[in-house]
Design a protein around this ligand. Structure first.
Ligand code: NAD
Length: 329
């Protein structure tokens, strides 16, 4: 079909399969094929969707305009570099790369080649977070907990780069201020790297973010609490539940409030409004892949571009370094 973006997926393991599934149905995409170093895996996926199984990247790159890179993080740099050298737009799963200098190399090359880099920080499109755009967010404190049972997948990088980076990216979208200092600690349990981590990030504007991530938990938990002057928001990112508590000065008895302070001399009293915004269910992965295709067609900006992916990675690496430092004391 005219106007379709010819696309392929490189790395068709757990998440790559979902990329394939979506590109297969999104009408703006013409899914050309897949490539994976594990031939059995790519053959299985290509048969499942009736698409071409490429046995090398060069042949694949000759046939497409854009690529999704869904290999383990340690392979993002080399695979994405090859794609960008061949002037292909790339969607790279998070984190963009495993080092900041690798991210810089990709971003510089993409700028030269005039290609798009988009990074898969999928939580930006979490349905439970989308209602926050209706509030004026300027937090003093953010707390995010992200816990998951252990899986070998993703353990090629420390938990900070695998799980906490989702929350780091969110915090950086909520707080527009330079970082003042970072305190962090962590432990290794299942791997040789850090499996449980906590970071306390203080920003120049006074905001504090406290992030805890674990990949050795019994149950999955993804919860955020955010407070600022007159506003307290809790978000269950997993259960899609957002609750907002808003302090208002009012003397209107028609508004339903859940708490009120004693009447003040000016006739007002401090009351707490409770809101439960309606969550519109969506498939965040599908939305971000559609956004990528629209960005390639220059119809939209990428929700998370290479620079944003680099910013999240930079803070993640600083946190990881602090944790390693804490091991020495
Ligand atoms: P996975 O191990 O299930 O799949 C990775 C696949 O890449 C495997 O099939 C492997 O054979 C293949 N591969 C490895 N090196 C390759 C190379 N050089 N060229 C081509 N194929 C190669 O891993 P996964 O869980 O699907 O994770 C893949 C990426 O997605 C990681 O970067 C991870 O951080 C990211 N991820 C993101 C989210 C999210 O919420 N956005 C969730 C899970 C994983």
């Amino acid at each position: 079909m005219k106007d379709q973006i010819k696309i392929a997926v490189i790395g068709v393991g757990h998440l790559g399969k979902h990329h394939v599934e979506h590109f297969h149905t999104i009408k703006e995409a013409h899914l050309v094929g897949v490539y994976d170093i594990d031939k059995n895996r790519s053959e299985k996926i290509s048969n499942l969707y009736g698409i071409q199984n490429f046995d090398n990247i060069d042949t694949l790159l000759n046939k497409v305009n854009a690529v999704s890179v869904v290999t383990p993080t340690s392979e993002h740099k080399s695979v994405a570099l090859k794609c960008i050298e061949n002037r292909k737009h790339v969607f790279i799963e998070k984190p963009i790369t495993s080092t900041v200098s690798d991210a810089d190399d990709l971003i510089a090359l993409a700028r030269k080649q005039n290609t798009i880099i988009q990074v898969g920080h999928i939580e930006r499109l979490n349905p439970a977070l989308l209602p926050l755009k209706d509030y004026d967010i300027n937090p003093r404190f953010i707390e995010i907990q992200r816990l998951a049972p252990y899986m070998e997948r993703g353990s090629d990088v420390p938990v900070v780069l695998d799980l906490m980076i989702h929350d780091i990216d969110l915090v950086l979208t909520f707080v527009s201020s330079a970082i003042k200092d970072i305190k962090a600690t962590g432990i290794s349990i299942m791997t040789n790297s850090v499996d449980i981590a906590n970071a306390r990030i203080r920003f120049e504007n006074g905001c504090v973010a406290n992030l805890t991530s674990s990949r050795v938990a019994k149950d999955r938990v993804r919860k955020m609490k955010l407070f600022q002057q007159d506003l307290y928001i809790t978000v269950d990112l997993l259960m899609s539940l957002t609750e907002v508590y808003k302090a208002v000065d009012q003397n209107n008895n028609n508004i339903k409030t859940i708490m009120s302070a004693p009447l003040e001399s000016n006739g007002h009293n401090r009351q707490i409004l409770y809101e439960k915004p309606k969550i519109v269910k969506n498939d965040a992965l599908k939305m971000e892949l559609k956004n990528f295709l629209a960005a390639v067609k220059k119809e939209e900006e990428p929700i998370v571009d290479g620079e944003a992916g680099r910013r999240a990675l930079d803070l993640a690496i600083k946190i990881q370094d602090k944790i390693l430092e804490s091991f020495k004391t």
